[in-house]
Write a protein that binds this ligand. Structure first.
Ligand SMILES: *Cc1c(COP(=O)(O)O)cnc(C)c1O
Length: 422
């Protein structure tokens, strides 16, 4: 792309965007706000606003406990079954429950129990820290001599594929990776890694939190064993919405849920005193589902299915490429460096920039430039392109404001003190 960018050009790209109309299906109470944090908390679908009202006033307020038999009880499997289409799984292979971290605990323990005799767990240092904390807790809990090997990335951007593959042998029990890396947006080749892990006899668990609804995922095609992921990022499920978990069909009867609660019991309302697992995916459930936040995941899933992952991916690639071109001409001269893969096949739907003044620039963007990106310590600004509603003019203006924050030294008015949530 030549180095002449303009708002007219950005508007022309929006006019040619076949997915542009999806923006009208989201709430935009502040039309001028440039929201580039859909990779952290997706926007509110208008259908979710209406559904929240219906859930509270009619399903809860009027129907009361009768609602359990009018759809609530089957929500984890029904919405999971729909979400399965976004990640290339069969409907019987996905349920919704708990937080991503809790699901990781359940599946990692289940996998390690099944892989007795093997002691090593491989991951990388680009993984989401909560995943590492959970794995450390799993090892403490099992107290069976497992070891966590955290393979370092060479450049902090790309996954350490060769080093990881070199560590695979018959002592590795489980490989746990974020399919999309949360800081740089690097995407692993799921099929290739899964095949290599299987050749060593180990199992692989993919964290799809930054992939679901952002990049096409084909769990079945890759033959993936296990997966988890959250629903409040690109799926637009709402703050703290419960997460999903996937177990390949043939593994379901072989793996036990270590938090064996009544929702996973084959007949929970018999109130038997002994746990007998439901054979299918339902035995990975534990307690009563959070109906309100669970039900509110569905409108976001419907929007993604409606748009189609292939079309969403095409727009996402176009938008991240466009933004990287803007960075190259407008921002690189001002000390911003690119912290995401240049190759689009290796990049998901956000672009990370680093800058020595990232924290204070971020403050200036939020407080006076009407841009909401997010900040990841120590010096990274992430700009998330959510193809259902991000426009090219948003991206052009965001680049202009990132330039202005440095050129006009707007950041210098802010302190270097962090808030509790970044
Ligand atoms: C956002 C995210 C999570 C979220 O975990 P919760 O337990 O649902 O808070 C987990 N893993 C990754 C890779 C994430 O990006």
């Amino acid at each position: 792309m030549e180095a002449t960018f303009s708002s007219e050009q950005a508007r022309a790209l929006d006019a040619a965007d076949p997915l542009a109309h999806f923006r009208q299906r989201f709430a935009f109470p502040e039309p001028d706000l440039i929201y580039l944090d859909g990779n952290s908390l997706g926007r509110l679908p208008l259908a979710s606003e209406a559904l929240a009202h219906e859930l509270v006033t009619r399903q809860w307020g009027e129907r009361l406990i009768r609602s359990w038999n009018e759809g609530w009880f089957t929500l984890p499997a029904r919405i999971g079954g729909k979400l399965a289409q976004l990640v290339g799984a069969a409907p019987e292979e996905v349920v919704i429950a708990d937080a991503t971290s809790v699901n990781l605990f359940k599946l990692a323990v289940a996998a390690l129990q099944q892989q007795r005799g093997r002691t090593r767990i491989l991951t990388d240092d680009l993984n989401f820290p909560s995943d590492l904390y959970v794995l450390q807790g799993v090892i403490e809990t099992l107290n069976a001599g497992h070891q966590l090997e955290i393979i370092p990335s060479v450049d902090g951007v790309h996954g350490p594929v060769d080093a990881l593959l070199a560590r695979l042998d018959d002592d590795v029990a489980l490989v746990v990776l974020s399919h999309t890396v949360f800081k740089s947006g690097y995407v692993y080749d799921m099929a290739a890694i899964t095949a290599a892990v299987h050749a060593s006899g180990a199992l692989v668990l993919w964290d799809l939190s930054h992939s679901a609804g952002s990049v096409p995922v084909d769990l079945a095609g890759a033959g993936a064993d296990l997966a988890i992921g959250c629903t409040y990022k690109y799926i637009n499920g709402g703050p703290g919405a419960p997460a999903f978990l996937y177990v390949r069909r043939d593994l379901q009867p072989l793996l036990q849920n270590p938090i064996s609660g009544w929702m996973g019991q084959h007949a929970p309302f018999d109130f038997d005193l002994t746990y007998v697992a439901e054979p299918g995916m339902r035995h990975f459930l534990t307690g009563t589902p959070p109906v309100l936040s669970l039900a509110l995941i569905e409108p976001g899933v419907d929007l993604l299915l409606d748009a189609g992952m292939a079309a969403l991916r095409a727009k996402s690639v176009q938008q991240t490429e466009y933004f990287i071109s803007l960075w190259e001409t407008m921002l690189a001269p001002l000390g911003y460096t690119l912290n995401s893969p240049r190759r689009s096949a290796w990049r998901s739907s956000h672009v990370s920039l680093r800058h020595a003044e990232a924290w204070r620039i971020n403050q200036a963007l939020i407080h006076e430039l009407n841009v909401l990106p997010d900040f990841r310590a120590p010096d990274t600004i992430r700009l998330g392109m959510a193809p259902l509603y991000t426009t090219f003019i948003d991206l052009y203006r965001a680049a202009e404001r990132l330039r202005c924050a440095v050129e006009a030294r707007l950041y210098a008015r802010y302190e270097n003190r962090r808030t509790a949530v970044t």
